[in-house]
Design a protein around this ligand. Structure first.
Ligand SMILES: O=C(O)CCC(=O)C(=O)O
Length: 139
């Protein structure tokens, strides 16, 4: 994943926004996010964290899978999870961000160049979380 081996214990799925079987709720989430951001998202990814043991290691998205200049949008549903954002260059800067239910995080394209992001395992018992990840992928 992401050009290197990272630990990805979570369940994933995805759709193209033109897929005939795209669930209406995802179509509506994409429509609203496109309206809010102005980005022409065409893919929706789903990440399911069953509990606090599911996680994704720090990474940046494959740049060849995103059209240059466009952001990535993350909608969070369910349990609040911490996202860590770390600068790749030294001096290392770390941002910890709570991704709360109903929140929308928009990461710029440049963020992928200069920062890694991840969802670490949680020590506390946590309920499930789904993130809806919208991207502009080259066709
Ligand atoms: O679950 C999240 O909010 C992060 C997802 C993520 O990092 C990714 O799909 O690349």
């Amino acid at each position: 994943m992401y050009d290197r081996d990272v630990d990805v214990p979570r369940l994933t799925s995805g759709y193209h926004l033109t897929d005939a079987d795209l669930p209406p709720a995802l179509a509506e989430a994409a429509r609203r996010t496109i309206e809010a951001t102005g980005a022409p998202f065409n893919r929706v990814g789903l990440n399911f964290y069953r509990d606090g043991r599911d996680s994704v290691a720090p990474h940046n998205d494959h740049l060849y899978e995103i059209v240059t200049g466009y952001p990535i949008a993350l909608i969070s549903l369910g349990a609040t999870r911490l996202m860590t954002i770390r600068s790749k260059a030294k001096p290392r800067r770390v941002f910890d961000l709570d991704l709360e239910e109903g929140s929308l995080l928009v990461m710029s394209y440049e963020t992928q160049l200069h920062y890694d992001h991840g969802i670490p395992k949680a020590r506390a018992a946590l309920g499930p979380r789904i993130s809806i990840a919208l991207r502009v992928r080259p066709d």
